[in-house]
Every structure is written in C-alpha cells, then in structure tokens.
Design a protein around this ligand. Structure first.
Ligand code: SF4
Length: 462
C-alpha cells in the first residue's frame, strides 16, 4: 500500500505542514545543501546530457521487453542458487516474506533501507506476525525509533535536525547515554554500537535493490554507510523484495546507471558502498537467497503510454530536492511512501483512484525543475498534466471550464466578457463556490486597453 491510511488529501496536509516553521527551516537547509553538491558534480561531466539519454534508453529498453528480461532474471538467479517468488500485490509479497522468516525459525529480521518494503508496509505486516524488523540505515533507524514516517526517498529523516535526533536517541535507543551530544560523529557512534548487536544476532535480512541485472542474475545495492553490506553478508538468509521495474538488461548498463545515481542522489561522484551479489556461494555470505519480484500496480502503470515513464525512476530523489512545493511542505504532506514530484505521478498509478492519490498530481507548480534534474529524463510535468485529466474534477471547476469554452467560442461573446471583467475585479474576493480560488490568489487586473480597442484607435475601424 503506497498511501498512508488516515492521511488527508494534499491541500489539507500541506496547509498544516506550511505552518511548521521548524520543518521548513530543516528542509530548506537540507535540500539547499544537496542541491549545491549535485550541481557541482554534475557540472564536472561534459557528457552529462548523453549519460541521461543513455540512462533513459536503458530503462526504456528494459520496460519495452520487461517480460523477457524478468524471465531471464529468474532463470539466472535460480541457476546461481537463489529462489524467485512472484508477488502480485502487497499482501502476497508480505505473505511470502513472513513464510520465509518463519521457515528460517527466526522471530526478527534486520533490514537494508528499501522503498519497496515500505510500499508494501512490510514492517507492519511482520509486527502483526510477531516478527521484529530493525532498520539499519541510520536515517531509517531514526524514523523507526521516532515511530515516524519517512519524508524523503533518500534521507527519510530530513525533517529532523541534529538536536531532535539526539533527543530521540536518548529517549529510545538502548545504550545511548544521557550525555550523548548532537555531534554527528557521536550520533553515528551511538547508532553503530546499537546496530552492531543486531547484525551479529540476526539470522534473516531483508533488502531491496537498486538494480537487478537480467543478463547475470545479479542484484545491486548502493549505499553510503556500509550497514547495508553488513545486512547483505552476515545473516544466514537474505530476502530481497524488488519491484519488477528495477530490472536492467545487461551488466554493462551498470556503467551508466552507477554514474547517474550517486551524482543525482547525494551529489557524490561515487557512492561509498556498492554491493553486487548473485544467488549463494558456499562458505561465503547467506546460505539462502530469495528474490521476491513485486508487481503491486506496476503492470497497470506500464499499460499507460505516458504514465509508464514513471517506471524509469531510479529513486535518486533529485526531483524532490529541486521542487519548490516539496521544499515548503516536506514529504509527509504527500501521504505516500513516494513523496515529491515522482510520488505525485507514481503513487496515483500504483495505488489507483482515492482522494489522497487523486490530489497528488496537483501538488506541483509545473515549473519543470524536476524534469531538468531527472537523470533518466522522466517528463514529470507531462505526466502530471496527463494524470490530472484522469481524476474527477470538482463541479465548480467543471462548470467554470464549460462557461469559459462557451465564451471563447465566438468573438462577440469574448468581447462582451472582456467588458465585464473589470466589473468582477472590483471584488477582492469572488463570491460563492469561487471564493476558495480567490482566498489564496489575487484576481489579476486586466490590461487597460484590449488589442481590438488598440487596433480600432490606430486604424480607425475594426
Ligand atoms: S523521477 Fe527522476 S529525479 Fe525523481 S527520483 Fe526518480 S529518477 Fe530521480
């Protein structure tokens, strides 16, 4: 499930978020830092546009022949000693994972940060089955300890500052002393000590993957802390839940993707840890490997000619960091695991119609900054407009548009309407159902003279 139950539609949630000045300050500082780092490393590459084109082509090729590549992936993973499971939806995926954890005789798992498992609400399903899940990515751990929701794809705790994190650790993290400071090194050390105990006792790990290579059956996880690699290598059983759109055709494609992703995500030339694994290897790493391939609405999105572009997403979060709407409201207002511009086009497609999902394509100024930043050239504004046409519009908007169409059909009606506009602008606020519109906007004052009037004055006749 990719929309959080109980969340109001975006306009309401955004109003509340906008009133939180601490949140806005935290977000402004964090997104400005990431934006500057990204701009600097992207500027180093004179072939950045060609890399983006190559990234787009790789993902398009994978999506065009997705069935072929997925079957190839299954065959290669199986040949390498892994087991592939196919999950139609969140419930099926959760059922598979719970069954595997139980079969391993475990009552807890450690997790590598994974959007797919957040999307299916795996932690909640595991808890309901009596299985504890411990997040090992530092930001994800902060969210978990705070009984909070992630608000950014890459930096899930971006809405919290260091002092807030220190308070949280003191309160919730066993072993974090009262004297813990908000120094980043001290915070990281406290988390490291806490997580080390979990890594050394866990028998099952759950991960996602950034890419799945059809040609070799390899899975790829990129990360900054090394905690992911501990998860991927120490436990006896590794379960990876991966969206079917993560498949790429060949290992050579990684050359492009691994240049695009870290630069766009964290503003680094290369991410510190890249883990690539294939099935199982006797005496080295997990003894069992399970790959759960997740659909959960992706094939429906694939069937939509414009909407399918969202499946090219490599979850770098560059579009969030440049979005003026995201910077002011933060991720929680989107009510979805996928916030920001990509969430606004992905969530309605994965989730299907509902009040929260329907409101998301409107959570944008259509300024196009997301399109410019996207490393795989997803035309997010085009998809937003496309998705806006699919939702039911309020009756007021429909009747206004019908009236506008009727008025603009003939020059005489248009000329008459033009004479009436100055009358309307005498009101600072429009009456009736239009009040909401003018509540947040000024009515634009019309130009003093129309083109027709100017022409008549100049030429003497219409
Ligand atoms: S839509 Fe593009 S910019 Fe946004 S997260 Fe996905 S790949 Fe990155």
């Amino acid at each position: 499930m990719s929309v959080w139950l109980g969340m109001p539609p975006f306009p309401e949630a955004a109003r509340e978020a906008l009133a939180d000045t601490q949140l806005r300050a935290n977000l402004r500082a964090a997104t400005a830092t990431i934006r500057a780092k990204r701009a600097a490393v992207v500027a180093e590459r004179s072939d950045w546009e060609q890399l983006r084109e190559a990234g787009r082509a790789i993902k398009d090729r994978a999506l065009r022949d997705l069935d072929t590549y997925l079957l190839q992936l299954e065959e290669r993973v199986t040949a390498a000693g892994g087991t592939v499971h196919w999950a139609r939806d969140a419930a099926e995926a959760n059922r598979i994972v719970i069954g595997l954890v139980r079969a391993a005789g475990a009552d807890g798992v450690v997790k590598v940060k994974s959007m797919a498992t957040q999307e299916i609400e795996l932690n909640e399903a595991l808890a309901a089955a009596g299985i504890t899940a411990v997040e090992t990515d530092l930001a994800e751990l902060i969210v978990q300890l705070g009984h909070d929701r992630p608000s950014h794809i890459l930096v899930p705790a971006i809405h919290r500052n260091r002092a807030q994190i220190r308070d949280l650790f003191r309160r919730e993290m066993p072993g974090a002393g009262e004297d813990l400071t908000d120094d980043p090194v001290a915070l990281a050390s406290a988390a490291r000590a806490h997580l080390r105990r979990e890594f050394l006792t866990a028998r099952v790990a759950v991960s996602g993957a950034n890419f799945a290579v059809a040609e070799t059956g390899s899975l790829v996880v990129v990360e900054s802390e090394g905690n992911g690699r501990m998860c991927l290598t120490l436990p006896e059983v590794l379960i990876s839940v991966v969206g079917i759109e993560k498949v790429i055709p060949t290992e050579a494609d990684l050359e492009v993707m691994l240049q695009l992703l870290p630069r766009s995500a964290t503003g680094e030339r290369m991410n510190p840890y890249t883990s690539i694994w294939r099935g199982t290897t006797p005496g080295d790493g997990p003894r069992e490997f399970h790959l759960v391939l997740l659909d959960n609405g992706r094939t429906t999105a694939l069937a939509d000619e414009i909407g399918r572009d969202a499946l090219r997403c490599i979850r770098c979060s560059a579009c969030l960091n440049v979005c003026p709407v995201y910077e002011r409201t933060g991720g929680h207002a989107y009510g979805s695991v996928y916030p920001g511009p990509i969430g606004a086009i992905l969530t309605p497609q994965l989730r299907g119609p509902d009040p929260v999902a329907d409101s998301l394509p409107y959570a944008s100024t259509l300024c196009g900054a997301c399109f410019d930043a996207c490393p795989v050239k997803i035309d997010i504004p085009r998809a937003l407009v496309h998705l806006r046409t699919k939702v039911a519009h309020p009756a007021t908007e429909q009747s206004t548009m019908r009236a506008a169409a009727w008025t603009l059909t003939t020059p005489r009606r248009f000329a008459l309407a033009r004479r009436l506009v100055p009358l309307a602008t005498r009101f600072a606020r429009l009456p009736g159902p239009w009040r909401k519109w003018t509540h947040t906007r000024d009515l634009p004052a019309p130009e003093g003279e129309s083109f027709r009037e100017w022409w008549r004055r100049r030429e003497g006749s219409p």
